[in-house]
Structure formats: structure tokens, C-alpha cells
Design a protein. Structure first.
Length: 284
């Protein structure tokens, strides 16, 4: 009986790790090797679990991510930044988070500051339309013709990055399209499966990193197919919320956030959560 339970738990763990929540899928007509990235390409990138889910360091003690990526985060858990483990002090999830709709954003406070890298700057301007940005992550991959064919478990931590352009910036959302042919950028790509919370970022003329969006979900026929729409949380829309969480007192934080994720990923229950988290959390 115990063996059957363990097998079911393992299957569920793999399902959770493969939930369609964003990595990098590439153009079919560009060599996949051109999409390979190095940690130095985006040093503020945080990784939460053994096969992905990301965030971005925006202050020495603060990481921004998607609300739905925090299902196994909490006080005492570890995340990786610049190949070093850092302990979580507390997670703050937007109190208006509505899965599949909006406000998919959270802030993770670390117990100690990260002082060996420069944080990315949250974007505050509202001119995101038509901006060319980068995605980065270690999740699943494939190309625009086939869609995702390698999930994040099979990808085994290979880091990739891709370009895209903001098609629409409206309210709390940024939207991107996976273009093909003449309309595509040289390294056009979109998210695949396994890297929720990852950044849409740009590099300014001074070499500074700015995070415009947070990987949330996709809309379309299949993960990674040409023509699908990528939906990211729009960072500029939430600049006041971010400021209140980072600089506010306990009372202010409690009014606009929660520390418990109210909606778990599909197939995951509160009863199984401890076992799944034990399997995927990062350990010293």
C-alpha cells in the first residue's frame, strides 16, 4: 500500500513540475544552440525548485515572482540566486490574485540580503507597447512548429533565453505573441512549461536590467506553438503594491496581501502538498 502511495506521489510531483507555466520555446528555423544562455545573462534570476519556477531579485532582500509559483515556498525554505542558496523569511501574495485572470504576483522576503549581485529594477513607466524584451528560464523547450516537446524535468536545468515584443499592455497584463517568419525577431520565442514567475526584461543603454513582466500563463491551442499568446503580470501596474509590501509595516502588508496561496496548482491538494514540496524544494 505504501509503495502504491509513493508511486502516485512521484507521478503527481512530476505533473506539478510540468504544469504549463513557462520556460523557452524557440523558432524552428534557428539553431537551438543560439538560444542557450549563461547565468551571467541575468544574474538576478532566482530558482525555487529542483526543476524551475523562477523569480527576480529586485532589492537585496526581495524577490518578485508569480503568486502561483509560491505553492511550496515559505519560511525556512531555500531558493537559489547566482548559484547560492538563500533562505526565505516570508512570502507575500497579492490578496486579489485570481488564477487564470489577474494579479498573479507575489514578493518573497529573504532572511538575509543578497549583496554579491545587482538587483533588477522594476519597470515603472507605462510605455511597454512594442518594447523588445527577453525571456529566460530552465524549463521545457521545443519549437514553434511542434510546440513544447521536452518538459522541464527532461530539460535538466539547461538555461535558455529568447526575444519577444510586447503586443499589448493593458491594465495588470502584458501580452506577447509567438510570431513566425518575417515578423519574428532574430531569437523569437515564448514560454513553455516549468518556469512560472520568470522575467520579461530589457537592458537599457547603461547596461541596467529592468523587469517589465512576470511569467503567468498562455492562451492558445498548445504550449509553444506559433500564434499563441503569452500573458505576463505587468510590473508597472503594481508599483504601488510592491512599494507598500517592501516599505510598509505589518498592518499595511496584511491589508493588501496574504501569506497562504488560496488556489493550488491543478491536481495538488493540501494533503499531498508536504510530500510534493519535500521532493522539489531546494536543499543545502
Amino acid at each position: 500500500m505504501r509503495a502504491i502511495f509513493m508511486i502516485k506521489t512521484l507521478i503527481l510531483t512530476l505533473m506539478v513540475l510540468s504544469i504549463p507555466c513557462h520556460a523557452i520555446v524557440t523558432r524552428h528555423d534557428i539553431a537551438s544552440e543560439r538560444y542557450l544562455a549563461e547565468p551571467s545573462d541575468f544574474k538576478p534570476l532566482a530558482t525555487f525548485y529542483i526543476d524551475g519556477a523562477h523569480g527576480t531579485l529586485i532589492k537585496p532582500q526581495w524577490v518578485i515572482t508569480a503568486a502561483h509559483a509560491t505553492f511550496c515556498l515559505g519560511a525556512g525554505k531555500n531558493i537559489s540566486i547566482n548559484k547560492k542558496l538563500h533562505q526565505v523569511e516570508q512570502v507575500f501574495i497579492h490578496n486579489k490574485y485570481a488564477p487564470g485572470q489577474s494579479h498573479d504576483i507575489a514578493l518573497v522576503k529573504l532572511t538575509t540580503p543578497v549583496n554579491d549581485i545587482r538587483p533588477a529594477t522594476p519597470y515603472k513607466q507605462t510605455n511597454e507597447n512594442n518594447q523588445s524584451i527577453w525571456f529566460i528560464g530552465i524549463g521545457g523547450t521545443g519549437n514553434g512548429l511542434t510546440g513544447q516537446t521536452i518538459d522541464n524535468f527532461e530539460n535538466k536545468g539547461i538555461l535558455r533565453k529568447a526575444q519577444n515584443k510586447v503586443e499589448q499592455a493593458i491594465g495588470p497584463l502584458l501580452k506577447f505573441k509567438f510570431d513566425k517568419g518575417d515578423t519574428a525577431l532574430p531569437l523569437e520565442g515564448v514560454s513553455g512549461g516549468g518556469d512560472s514567475g520568470g522575467p520579461a526584461y530589457l537592458i537599457d543603454e547603461h547596461g541596467e536590467l529592468h523587469i517589465l513582466g512576470i511569467s503567468s500563463r498562455f492562451k492558445g491551442s498548445a504550449i509553444g506553438k506559433y500564434g499563441i499568446t503569452e500573458i505576463y503580470t505587468r510590473v508597472s501596474y503594481f508599483h504601488q503594491w510592491i512599494n507598500y509590501i517592501i516599505n510598509g509595516d505589518t498592518k499595511e502588508r496584511n491589508q493588501i496581501s496574504t501569506t497562504i496561496l488560496s488556489h493550488l496548482p491543478a491536481g495538488l491538494t493540501t494533503a499531498l502538498l508536504p510530500t510534493v514540496c519535500k521532493d522539489i524544494n531546494l536543499k543545502p
